[in-house]
Design a protein around this ligand. Structure first.
Ligand code: TIU
Length: 221
């Protein structure tokens, strides 16, 4: 075990391969103009700043042969896994499934749905398509983590208060010891990111811990 001076108190990170790096939805749909994030009315460019930080963690987990799981939010091409409520929500001109400049919005396999090139997974790394905000809903994530003997999850990705927080809460309820990397996650709304970090670690770590990428890297070095 390695120990980090995380918030709200020390986090014990196993160094035997039972900790996995979870990279949530670092896909072009959320980080580049012309995708789902922009269709929702957001300035997507501000999310790109966390890419190098996640890259460092990705490399560190690769170097150790530890599990990395990436997710992408997206739907089947016939939208059979997209509830009408999700497609209709909001007042954007481009809805899920509509053709956009990077292919069909939030549809699996379309160019815009792909992970940003800087974080591209290796051929043997796991990428899970997910129809919801939480990565455990309607996916094989729980089975994959159990098959790998994972007990601890290190969370990164976007957006902090939507898919990252939802997944972290799902994981916490399933018994995983969760740590959110403060500078490895971001939101279109800085105040929402700050609030999420506080919510996670409030009440004695009701959802888990937070720490910086540098703290995680130093602990496992
Ligand atoms: N809109 C927004 O902030 N997020 C999402 O729709 N999905 C994810 O967070 N991945």
């Amino acid at each position: 075990m390695a120990t980090l001076a995380a918030q709200p108190y020390d986090y014990s990170l196993p160094t035997d391969g039972s900790a996995a790096l979870i990279i949530i939805d670092m896909q072009r749909d959320f980080l580049e103009p012309g995708g789902f994030g922009e269709a929702l009315g957001n300035d997507v460019t501000r999310l790109q700043a966390i890419v190098p930080t996640i890259q460092k963690l990705q490399q560190a987990f690769r170097d150790r042969g530890w599990l990395i799981v990436q997710t992408v939010e997206g739907h089947q091409s016939d939208l059979s896994d997209c509830p009408p409520s999700k497609r209709e929500r909001g007042q954007s001109s481009l809805k899920i499934g509509d053709p956009g400049p990077m292919g069909r919005i939030l549809v699996l396999g379309e160019p815009g749905n792909g992970i940003v090139p800087a974080l591209a997974p290796k051929p043997d790394e796991i990428v899970i398509g997910k129809p919801g905000k939480g990565a455990f809903y309607a996916t094989p994530l729980q089975d994959i983590l159990q098959a790998h003997g994972i007990t601890h999850l290190i969370f990164t990705g976007v957006t902090t208060e939507v898919c990252v927080q939802t997944t972290m809460r799902e994981a916490n309820d399933r018994g995983y010891e969760c740590l959110l990397v403060e500078d490895g996650t971001d939101s279109y709304f800085p105040a929402f990111k700050a609030s999420t970090l506080e919510m996670v670690r409030a009440q004695g770590g009701i959802v888990g811990w937070t720490a910086t990428a540098e703290q995680v890297l130093a602990a496992i070095s």
